[in-house]
Design a protein around this ligand. Sequence first.
Ligand code: SAM
Length: 281
Amino acid sequence: MATVKQNLHRSPELTHSDSARLDTELLLAHSIGRDRTWLYTWPEYELRGEEQRRFDALFERRKSGEPVAHLVGEREFWSLPLKVDASTLIPRPDTELLVETALELCPGEKRRALDLGTGSGAIALALASERPGWRILAAEKSADAVALAEENRRALGFDNVEILQSDWFAQIAPQQFDLVVSNPPYIDAADPHLAQGDVRFEPRSALVADREGLADIERIAHESLHFLEEGGWLLVEHGWQQAGAVRKIFAAAGFQDIESRNDYGNRERITLGRCQTSKNK
Ligand SMILES: C[S@@+](CC[C@H](N)C(=O)[O-])C[C@H]1O[C@@H](n2cnc3c(N)ncnc32)[C@H](O)[C@@H]1O
């Protein structure tokens, strides 16, 4: 049997990963049922048979490319531990920009927000963690992802979030929101990145959209005007080369105060627009 330190020395075997050491730590900590700090406190701890077998199996699966989040069943987003599985996207740190911007655009405790394509519930639950007074509806097409988001909602105990199965707005009763936020599918079907890394293990329905990745954003932009208050905001994430096209879509739909914002890597990754005249009024 090997010690913690000896197992950590195996990290260079994860040749395809650009976070080999971190991946190894996460898989090892998960196999022993401890956190990563514990590994550094007890480097000479010798794994028990069952722990070693668990680690070996997970490590082999990681070598063949499976995402760490799927192997350990969890990913942290906005400091919230979220259960993840193969039904939807693994929440990305990039999407925290969407949460930050939503909080900035909508100050105040009594707001109504809609998260479209909620997946694991990441955005809706992050907003709920910051604004207990908001009422948040989270819509998602995949029944399995709805179940996952509901499990995360319950585990975190947020009573101000409702999760609904819906094809975008189709099952949402007429009502007005102050904010519609979405990280929809926006990758073009021909994008070579779909054959690389974690995305190979994520469902295409969470990633790919028609019309060079813009079809879902276009639909959301047009339909959200029926669900926004006057002065309410639409906020979407998109690819770094799509900002100009998304601004045009927002303008054609009738949004005002349209603006794209950069992510931490200085690339335009989100676009926002204000609804001047709600189509419901
Ligand atoms: C890019 S993922 C984002 C998931 C999550 N919001 C996040 O940021 O981690 C897009 C999500 O939209 C969902 N989706 C795709 N088409 C949809 C539709 N027509 N109606 C509702 N949700 C849809 C997918 O199932 C997936 O969960």
